[in-house]
Every structure is written in structure tokens, then in C-alpha cells.
Ligand binder design. Sequence first.
Ligand SMILES: Nc1ncnc2c1ncn2[C@@H]1O[C@H](COP(=O)(O)OP(=O)(O)OP(=O)(O)O)[C@@H](O)[C@H]1O
Length: 973
Amino acid sequence: MAKVKQKLLFRTENVSGGRTEGESGSFEQGGSAKRPGKVNRVTERLQARRKSLNDSLEGDVRAFLVNEAELHTYDDLTKVNPVTPTTVLKCLQARYSARVFYTHAGCTLVAMNPFQPIPHLYSLDVMREYHTASQPQDFKPHIFIVAEEAYRNVQGQVEPVNQSLVVSGESGAGKTWTSRCLMKYYATVAASSQKCQHTVERIERRVLDSNPIMEAFGNACTLRNNNSSRFGKYIQLQLNSSQLLVGASVQTYLLEKTRVAFQAPNERNFHIFYQMMKGATEEQRQEWEMPCDQKFTWLPNAEKSLEEDCFQETVEAMVNLGIDAHKRAQIFRILAGLLQLGNVNFSPAPESEPCGLDQQSKGFLGKTAALLRVPADELRECVSIRTLRAGKQSALLKPCSQSECVVRRDCLAKVIYARLFDWLVGFINSSMCADDSKWCNFIGLLDVYGFECFLLNNLEQLCINYANEKLQQHFVAHYLKAQQEEYVSEGLQWSFVRYQDNQRCLDLIEGNPTSIFSLLNEECRLNRASDAKQFRERLQKELSDNGSMSWDKFSKQPHFIVAHYAGKVSYQIEGMMEKNKDPVPPELLSLLQKSEDPLLQSLFADTETEGKPHGHSKVVTVVSKFKNSLENLMKILHSTTPHYTRCIKPNPDCKPLTFQKEEVITQLEACGIVETIHISAAGFPIRVPYDNFIQRYRLISNTRLLAQGAENEAQIALGPAVQDILNAVLRTKSSAPNNNNNVMVHCGKTKVFLTHAMLELLEEQRYRVLSQKAFSIQCCWRRHQRRQRAIRTKCATFIQAVVRGWLVRREVRRWRKAATVIQNKWRSWRALMDSLAEAELDNAEDLQEEEEARSFLFQRGSVPLSSFPNPQAVSSLPLGLAMSFTPSVTVTLTTTGFHKIMSIMATLKIPFRNGEYKVETNQFKHGVASIRAQPQGSVKLHMQRSPLRYADMYPGSHTDQVTGFNQILLENS
Ligand SMILES: Nc1ncnc2c1ncn2[C@@H]1O[C@H](COP(=O)(O)OP(=O)(O)OP(=O)(O)O)[C@@H](O)[C@H]1O
């Protein structure tokens, strides 16, 4: 802790004198002016002390830098010791040389621009790795850590739940690149699960497709960056309650529309014009009056070829976003019209006459009119003649001077382009913005133009730098000022860090009642010809008290200099008031409203064209509009959890992997990185109110919440509970060596102040306890499930056994019943038959003797063999038959019962040929050995019916036994 304090003291002394201090910066020096008599001695003592501190610090710096090989291993600059601009710079340089481009600087991420694509640094696999890691902070610093942290904050519903990712840095530092990476990250990780893939995929695609369109229409090649964003944007990624990306919206700020009609030397117009020029098909060229060899004044440096000149990609993105072919044709036709308009030149004319046009310009004007679908003569008139109205009197026409014509021409182009850009943004929003009911949280990405300082700076630069000042103030307020103020109010012992407070600069630009903006607005509302010199004097008179304003005594141009947080910038006053008014001649507006192009017409449909005399309150100037939109943005930022990423441009020439120390140190100082590291290293960046702390971490020590009473009582009640939790965590930590727990946590009056390390410990412990509890729950649940399953199985087996038993018993019962019935029937039938047979056999002799019975029972007769029935007929005889033999017929029988006899008879075949007969059989196995018959005369078949009706009704048990006496007798006739 002593060392940290020492470092802080050093910084207190080293902040450059030209900058304002943070309010609390005087805390350290509070007693210095107590007794004037002793001032000298005190000052001497102080100086001596400072000198010795500086000497020892230089020694520390040297000692730190000796270990050069290790410098690149510092992932977090808060671990650098001592923290000085030199040590920080050396670490960043070492890391850059080792191709490591991201470094933590406490609460901020420093992103160095490699100016060349780094393979696999942003691949899908890397995204997934960071997303699925349990502790992404343990991974190498990366923009994905910031993205993941914000995403997890939303998931964990940590207040404030909505997040803002602020990407800042100067032009070309890599802000747009970083924003693109963040959008890709969220489009990947916040993608839907399989089941609703279709609906959400559409949004992810659209969010990503909005980039090429916005960049084509809003980016341009400047001296500092080939793909410089010429507008600011805040993208809100809308997440539903499951943290899936369900929509997005874009808010844009201050498009640099002057670029359409004016491009600084060696700069270019917006990319889209070059894309059209280079990527149009022959057919499109004809339609747009854009032959290959055509030169356009507003397309300078067209020969420079950039990877951004990719028309096809823009068109594809437009298609994906739902801009149909018809609309695209309208858009490109309007843009082509603007290019033609840029080639129109006016020649001077006498005061009472409108400016002339040479032959070429007439042609260009005609083409412009045709492409914009407005009458050519009206267009010419609008651009070169002004309509003056005084009240309700009839209009007076006044020809414009040559320069006025140029201004009106440029104004026409600017207003059309700006409205077209806004229309595109509106279209993009409508195609990807989710219904309010569908999303509940958002992650905002802010990509604003970087700080700008050119040789000539005007209103655009003033607005851009003002926006950067606002963001810097938000950063300072959030990370430096508010923290230190809170430390005081919570009663922490704290050595204060000086920081650069830019409030004075902001007061100068936007303050009330007098500031640059207020004076500019006043000038515009006076509705008089603006005079730069007069305005400069006014500024000097009103604002010279403000230390952030100065003038260059040797400059002849009316100007003023503002000392911004990132450096001094000189602004020229000439043209500033006109730009602030941004007037559009009403004739031009009404001309555009009459256009036959439906898109162009709709762009101006709801614009007031009648030149009303401007009352004081009516004029809405550029700066007041910009200030309002910026204030709204700041409100959003203040209501969200911010995450800052500072992009650093390592060299001004955009050379790959080139590190220029001076360039980097200026940027580090400008954005207050060193101060941020100090506060992050020494302070407690995480501050959690007691009850939130207990709610989240009470499970670590099984703390029970007491009933809450008044705030103070609650605090008193919560204090020991918080202490219990911290003790529980620190006890587990104290087993590890080198712990210095006392500097990791501090209990304030209402909040617990934590370092990131302590938060990690708490979260780790919470995670461990949660895992244990989850494990116990799982065990119980599994045991319960196992038991339930066993019970179910047992029950099912029992039921199955019972049912099967019952079924079998039922079946057996049926069988038994049936068997009994059959047995009974069979037995009674057998008994009946036996009795009948017995009775019959007993009476057989008597029957033979009885004459009447004989005539009844014996039937004799002869049947001609030719009419011998077929085997089926034989088999239908009621009783078994025995074959007798005659001299001419041999029949051998081995009878085996009734059925055998029947089958023998059935197999007999007696073919009849020419009155002869032959008896044959092939059924040896049925006992018929042979049947032979001589074909002599006719054979008579004598049938004798047995007198016994029952005695041979069933086959005997012996094979040779034939019971009964039915016979067939064959004999010669
Ligand atoms: N991480 C990176 N990896 C590779 N190249 C990068 C990276 N970041 C930036 N660049 C390169 O640097 C160039 C400038 O970056 P970018 O356009 O994002 O800057 P910017 O800060 O948005 O500038 P401006 O404020 O002018 O819009 C890019 O065109 C790209 O080529």
C-alpha cells in the first residue's frame, strides 16, 4: 500500500501544469498555506521530499525496465510497478513487438491497431472460447473479454443492466474495426438456439449487413484513415429475456455532408460514389449517365483503389436488408444526379442577370435534372435566382452572384445526400428494430469520430471535438471523479489522484449563458450577414476569462484556439456562422418536392418550404441540434454500465506493425490512461451496496438476512453479515501464499469496496458453493429418482405376475371345463356304444336265425363292375369292408383297422376296357399286395350287409382284427 501511495504522490507532482486539476486534487496539499511566515521553509521541505521521491522513483523505473524480456507479459498495466508514462509505454511497445495488441489498463482496454489483419485473432473459434470460458478474464486480453463481460452483466441482471461499450480514439485508431468485431461477437454468441434459429438469424444477418451500407454512405478516405467514419453512430443491440439478439437500432450523429461537395486535397468523397463509378455494369452506366471516361469534379482521387470500393458488397447488403431493385435504382440514380450536378459551373454575369452556363455545364445540368426527375429550366432557375419575400407581398426574383450559385448548388447536393442518408438509416432501423415488447435489455455500441485537429478546422471539427470532450468527461466522471468522491463519502482513507477535468473546456464550448455555442446561435438568430472579425471580438470579450480559450496573436485569419483534453485546436471563424445556420433555400426544397422521382419526393415531403421570417426561437441551428442529440446520448450512457475501449494509433501513416513512441504517448496522455491505471491499481473499482452484497454472497457463509428496519439499523445489522462473508472467503484465500487481504476489500458506510481480485475470489467462492449445493441437489434428486424407479419396477412386476397368474388360471379353468365336458360325452358315448355293441353281439345268433330279421339285415345283389362306384363312392360306404377273393381275383389284405380298410377301398382303381377288367393297386403299404382278375365274363359284386350295427363301429386294437362282418364278395357271374 505504501508503494501505491508513493506512486500516487509522484503522479500528483507530474501532471503537466497547463491542465486543470480534479477538484479533489488539492486534498494532498490542503495544509500548505496555513502560516505565511513559514511558507518558505515548508516549501523547501516539500521540494526536498519531492526530489527524494523522484529520485527513488527513477530508480524504480530503471529497475523495472531492466527486465526487458518480461515487459510484454504484463497483461494488465495495473500490475506495472511503478506506473509512469514511461513504464506503461515500454510495456505497450514490448507487447506490440510481440504481436500482442490488447492490454488491460484497469477498467479500460487498450487496443493497439496492428494495421494489418491478424489471422485467427477474431475467428469464430476464438469467440466461442471466450464465450464459453468460466472466467474469460483469465484469458489473454481481448476485445471479446469486454464484450463477454457486458453480455454476462446482462445475463446476471447486475444493475444497471443495460450496457454501453464506448470505443474511443483518434481517427484511424481502429474504432470502427472494433465496433465491427463487437457486433460480430454478439451476432454469434447472442444467436438463437436451434429452435428459433430462423427468426433470429435474420436479425443477426441484418445487423451485420447494416455495416457495409453505413460505411459506403458514411465513410470516406481521409488523410488519416482510408476508411474514416464521417458520422457518429450508436447501435443498440436489443436482447430479449433469454439474452438473444432480437433486434437492433442505429442512431447517427452529424454526418459530414459538406464532403459531398467539397473534398480536402488528397481526400475523397464518400465511398459509395467511387463504388458506383467502378462497379457499375454497362447498362447501369448508361442509365446513370456515367461513362467510364467521364470525369467528375466531386470524385477526386478516383484512381486510388481501396478495398472499400466494393459496389457488389454494398448492393448485396442492401438486398439482404430488403431494399428492392426499384428502390436501389432510385437511390443510385439520385447519387448519379449529384455527381452530374458537381460538374455544373457558373460563369459570372452582370448583377441584374442570372449567371450563365457554358455548353458543357448546360449538358450536365440537363443530365442532373433528368436523373433527379425535375424540370431542367426550373432547376437552373432555382440554383441561380433567389426569391425574396417580404411578408405577404408577392415574391421578388433576384439573380444570384456566381459564388452564391455555387453555394446553392452545393447546398442542393448536401441536403439531398443528408436526407438520403437519414432515409437509409431509417430503413435499416425499420428492417431490424424489434417490437418494444420483444426486448427488455440492450447493449449499446458507441463509435464516434475521433478527436480531429487539422490545419484548418471549422464547425465540423468543433462539434466532433466537443463530442469527444463529452465522452472524456463521462469517462472521467465515471472512473475517476465519482470514485474518489465516493471514497470520501464512504469514509475511506484515500490518497487522491489528480486527473484532468475538462469541465472548463466544456463550459467554454456549450456552457450557459455564454459559450461558443450560445454566441454562435445568437449570431445566427440575428439574421444578418455574418462578420468573422466581429464575432472574434465578441468571443474575446465574452470568453477571455476561460483559460481554455486563446488566440494566436500573429494569425491574420479570425480564429480562436480551444485547449481540448487531447490538445489545442485552432478553429477558423470564417464560414462558421453560415454552417451553423445550414440554410436550404426554399426554392430548392419546393423543386425537390415536385420531383417525379417518388423517393426524392418523399425525402422532402414533410419539409416546410414557405420562407417564414425567422423568429428568434424558430432557428434550429446545427450546434443546438447536435448538442441536444449528444445530451440524449449522454443520458443513455449515464443510465448504463459503461465499458471503455481506448484505441491507439501506433503511427500516423497507418503502417503495419510500426510503433512510434511519441505518437502513442500523446494519445495515452490525452485519454488519461495513466491516471486510470493509478486509480484502478490503487482503488476499489467495484462498489456494492451492503444489501446487494449480502443477497449475492450470503450463501458463502450461510448468512441469514435479518428483518430490515430503518436504513441505519439495517446497515448495523448487515455489517457483521458482510464481515462474516468476507471472513469466509478470506479464510479460504489465506491458505494461499503472499496474500494481502487487507488491500483487497474495504467496508464503507453503505457499500463494500472491492478490487477485481477480491471480486474474483468472491465469485469463485460463490461458484464453488453453488456447485456444491447443485451437486447435493443433484445427488438427492438422483437418489429420489432411483428410489422411485425401483418402487415403480417392483409394483409393475407384481401387477404383471398377478395378471399373468389370473389369465393362466382362467385359461386352465376353461380347459378343465372343456376337458370334463369332452370326457363326460366321450365316456357316455363309449358306454352307450359298448352297451349297444354288447347287446348286439349277444343277440347276433338269434338275429341270424330269425327270418324277418334276415330279410331285413342281409341284402344280397349283384352290381355290374362297370358300374362299380369310384373310390369316393366306396369310401362312402357306411361300414368297413373286407375283401373276399375268387379264383380269378387275388386280394391280400393286411387290415389295420377301420381307416385302413377305408383307404384301401379308396385306392382301388378298376379301369374298364372293352368289357374286360383289371384290378390293380399301387398301394402296397396299405396292405393290398395284388389284385389280379381275368377278363372273363362279368363279375358280380355281392354285398352283404353285416347284421351288426354297432359291433364294428370302431377299429380294433389289433392290426389283423376286423370287428364286424361287412363283406364285399366278388364272384364270377
Ligand atoms: N484490430 C485490427 N486488426 C487489423 N487491422 C485493423 C484493426 N483495427 C484497425 N485496423 C485497420 O485500421 C484501419 C483504421 O481503422 P478504423 O477505420 O476502425 O479507424 P477509426 O478509429 O474508426 O477511424 P475514424 O475515426 O476515422 O473512423 C482499418 O481500416 C483497418 O485496416
